[in-house]
Write a protein that binds this ligand. Structure first.
Ligand code: PHE
Length: 340
């Protein structure tokens, strides 16, 4: 029987069919109910007991080889069929369902684009921050309401570890590690302990800008933000500054843009004022520069920050912030045509 097995092994190896039919005949010859394998296995009982185990193993090997050969040949002939002439390669492909970008990503990308064009780099930092980067270095005094448990999420009751409430923390990290001139924008997710409503959410995205160099003035800040407003909201957009207060800037201001929906006439969105509040800004407080070991006598700078959701809501006329985080496909697929 050992010689027979050897002979069949050679036969399997040399088998070189011209088509699928020959492969099928070969399969029946070896693997069929009355085929070679069945016959050989039936003959096993006549083999001497001492040799039976070894011959059995060789038979299994032979069976595997035959099956492997059949499988290989079938694949080979199937592929040949696919590439043969009955496939029309010029037919259009099945349409691919493409997803849409999220409105927050669309606005994020557009803002990155606008500021990159005037030389701002992009910097990112951790969402879980320490007190120093989120508050102390930013001149925010210990008794400031923003530090309250009601306003900030603290991690594991450790007052030193918190979810950042703004991306100004990234600016501290940049000022600590780089020397002026610094021109950077820091987009990212922030968290505040807010009651969720149509206008506020406990997490949102922010976008902050920072420019530090010699002789940077408020005029530079105004011109930079004017450029941004015109690029983002359109050429006819007007801007207006109102005095404000932030612990980390002095002087501080809030910037409004003329309502891009009613063109300043007054509507529901601008609460009939003709103006929309979009960002906070100011000249970086010298204390903040000194906290980051930057000489405040030599350098000055400006900073600004805005909420990406707010800008997305204005751009796409969305009146409830919650829809931005519900992942409802009926809402999201409306943004398919936005390319950025
Ligand atoms: N960090 C401020 C906020 O979250 C925004 C801001 C940034 C204001 C930079 C002034 C300068 O509201």
């Amino acid at each position: 029987m050992v010689d027979e097995i050897k002979k069949f092994l050679e036969e399997i190896e040399d088998f070189d069919p011209k088509d699928k039919n020959e492969v099928e005949d070969f399969r029946i010859r070896y693997m069929g109910k009355k085929g070679i394998m069945a016959e050989l296995f039936a003959g096993l009982k006549n083999v001497e007991t001492d040799n039976r185990k070894e011959v059995g193993q060789q038979l299994n090997l032979l069976k595997n080889k035959a099956q492997q050969k059949i499988d290989e040949l079938n694949v080979k002939f199937e592929q040949a069929e696919i590439t043969s002439s009955d496939v029309d390669l010029s037919l259009p492909a099945e349409p691919l369902e493409l997803g849409a970008r999220h409105p927050v990503s669309i606005v994020h990308n557009e803002i990155v684009n606008i500021f990159s064009r005037i030389g701002f780099t992009i910097s990112e930092g951790p969402e879980i921050e320490d007190d120093w980067h989120n508050f102390t270095a930013l001149n925010t005094p210990e008794n400031h309401p923003a530090r309250d448990m009601q306003d900030t999420f603290y991690v594991e009751k450790d007052p030193d570890v918190l979810l950042r409430t703004h991306t100004s923390s990234v600016q501290i990290r940049v000022m600590e590690s780089e020397k002026p001139p610094i021109r950077t924008i820091s987009p990212g997710r922030c968290y505040r302990n807010e009651t969720i409503s149509a206008r506020a959410h406990c997490f949102f995205h922010q976008f902050e800008g920072l420019y530090i160099d010699e002789n940077v003035s408020f005029a530079d800040l105004k011109q930079t933000l004017y450029y941004f407003a015109q690029e983002f909201f359109g050429e006819n957009t007007d801007i207006k500054f109102r005095p404000s207060f932030f612990p980390f800037t002095e002087p501080s201001a809030e910037m409004d843009i003329s309502c891009n929906i009613c063109k300043g006439e007054g509507c529901k969105v601008c609460k009939h004022t003709g103006w929309l509040e979009i960002l906070g800004c100011g000249m970086v407080d010298p204390n903040v520069l000194e906290n980051c070991k930057i000489d405040s006598k030599k350098y000055s700078g400006f900073a600004f920050g805005m909420g990406i959701e707010r800008i997305a809501m204005l751009k796409f006329q969305i009146d409830d912030i919650r829809v931005l985080f519900e992942n409802d496909v009926r809402f999201l697929k409306q943004f398919k045509s936005a390319i950025i």
